[in-house]
Design a protein around this ligand. Structure first.
Ligand code: DX5
Ligand code: ZN
Length: 215
């Protein structure tokens, strides 16, 4: 299992140092949650902050766009140093165009679904994306409870990927900790995002290692 700690739970006054700290603790990539106050009822960071944090680690930046118009901002996040950009299938822009724009910048595209969106919503894009992100909480805030009932969706998407002989990763995001990671492994998740579970742990290295080795 790969682990992507979410900076949403870090000390925002020290984002650079926090990124370096979690890199040293053994993270596989860094998850950055971008919120616009429209698509979700919260505001977080934009491209300027992503760019400012970029020099603090060489790990891939997994940028999760919870914004209404991702297409308008792909170039800005590409310039800021994103390696993976995921956007929601429920957004206002055309997913095909958005995927194309991400790819044109040499970045790996991913598509995200909210808890109420069925698995089949991502099927038209499976042959074009690097990953599918299945939300295991309502997007907007860290520290919420893991929704176990999202696991059948992971299994369904995984089965479709295998049926078509594709090589697409599945990421899960929200409420993932030592208590819940086992369920994601069982369902076939490849990458877990963890905010609170890593940044608020007494020993983040131990927390990351636990998630990485979960069975
Ligand atoms: C929620 C974000 C998640 C969140 C995860 O909208 O997409 O990345 O920060 O945080 P935890 O692990 O605390 O649920
Ligand atoms: Zn996220």
């Amino acid at each position: 299992m790969k682990v992507a700690p979410s900076l949403l739970s870090c000390d925002f006054a020290k984002m650079g140092e926090e990124t370096a700290r979690i890199d040293k603790a053994g993270a596989d990539m860094i998850h950055l949650d971008v919120m616009d106050g429209h698509f979700v009822p919260n505001l977080t960071i934009g491209p300027a902050i992503v760019k400012a944090v970029r020099p603090y680690t060489k790990l891939p930046f997994d940028v999760h766009l919870m914004i209404e118009h991702p297409l308008e901002y792909i170039d800005a996040f590409a310039d800021a140093g994103a390696d993976i950009i995921t956007f929601h299938v429920e957004c206002a822009d055309d997913p095909d165009k958005t995927i194309e724009r991400i790819k044109s910048r040499g970045i790996l595209p991913g598509i995200v679904i909210k808890p109420k969106t069925p698995a089949c919503a991502v099927f038209p894009y499976l042959d074009k994306v690097y990953m599918v992100l299945v939300m295991t909480v309502e997007p907007g805030f860290g520290g919420q409870s893991f929704m176990l009932d999202m696991m059948p969706k992971v299994t369904e998407i995984k089965a479709e990927i295998q049926k078509r002989g594709l090589d697409v990763l599945i990421e899960a995001d929200g409420g993932i900790s030592e208590q819940t990671v086992g369920e994601t492994v069982k369902a076939g998740v490849d990458i877990v995002v963890s905010g609170t579970g890593v940044f608020k742990a007494n020993d983040p290295a131990k927390a990351i290692a636990f998630l990485q080795n979960a069975v």
